[in-house]
Design a protein around this ligand. Structure first.
Ligand SMILES: N[C@@H](CCC(=O)N[C@@H](CS)C(=O)NCC(=O)O)C(=O)O
Length: 223
């Protein structure tokens, strides 16, 4: 039985058809069950029997390795490209999401908002033209890597930062609609109130919020 903490790996497991259990933990409180698997105290973390591991991309690839239903393309070149875009998400999209949300001055919010939009557009320009998902009509690795962050645009960035949704017909608009109607994503998405509540501390850039908030405030990437 696999035990998982956090969204992206949860979606991957949901799509894999493997037997698993999801455990909701508050990563800010660093419960022992999380620390036992990840001494850094961050989610995602996963336990498989008496073995445990952590780091989003590592776990996403582990789930793909042990699953019959693959999220990564099997062609080595296409697989490398998916990994390349997963790296873009971790390196550019996610940190800019936090920079945009944690910025307190209007000019900084505008600047980081533009940067976030630019990084999302770079991903969209690399996507299959028809889509609606990144590599075509089916959800795959890159969609799961970025999906939870895209869902946070209308749920978190719009109320807190005035993020403006794209038109429905645009490539990004069609991508959002596809993610919003994908069963594995819907099943793992919390209600609107919980999003607002969880991200309020970031939107106000409260001191001692988290390791993530601290790293962003210090101009570093994600921990
Ligand atoms: N490099 C790590 C970063 C993980 C990460 O930032 N996790 C956040 C939630 S999305 C967390 O656990 N935050 C708690 C904290 O910052 O103290 C990964 O990709 O797995």
């Amino acid at each position: 039985m696999l035990t998982v903490w956090d969204k992206r790996v949860w979606i991957a497991l949901e799509l894999s058809g493997l037997d698993y259990q999801y455990i909701e933990v508050d990563p800010y409180k660093k419960p022992k069950e999380l620390m036992d698997v990840n001494p850094r105290g961050l989610v995602p973390a996963l336990r498989d029997g008496d073995w445990g591991c952590y780091e989003s991309t590592v776990l996403m690839e582990y789930v793909d390795d042990i699953s019959q239903k693959k999220l990564l393309p099997q062609n080595p070149k296409a697989k490398a490209e998916s990994r390349l875009w997963a790296d873009h998400i971790s390196r550019n999209i996610v940190p800019n999401f936090y920079r945009y949300l944690q910025a307190q001055e209007a000019d900084k919010q505008a600047e980081h908002g533009r940067e976030f939009e630019k990084q999302v557009n770079i991903l969209m320009e690399a996507a299959d033209l028809e889509g609606p998902f990144f590599t075509g009509s089916q959800i795959s690795f890159v969609d799961v890597m970025v999906g939870p962050w895209i869902l946070r645009c209308p749920r978190v960035l719009q109320p807190y930062r005035g993020w403006v949704p794209p038109t429905k017909e645009s490539r990004f608009g069609r991508f959002i609609a596809a993610l919003e109607s994908e069963e594995s994503i819907l099943k793992t998405t919390s209600g609107a109130e919980l999003y607002l509540d969880s991200y309020e501390r970031y939107a106000e850039n409260r001191p001692n919020t988290s390791q993530v908030a601290k790293a962003i405030n210090e101009g570093r990437g994600l921990p």
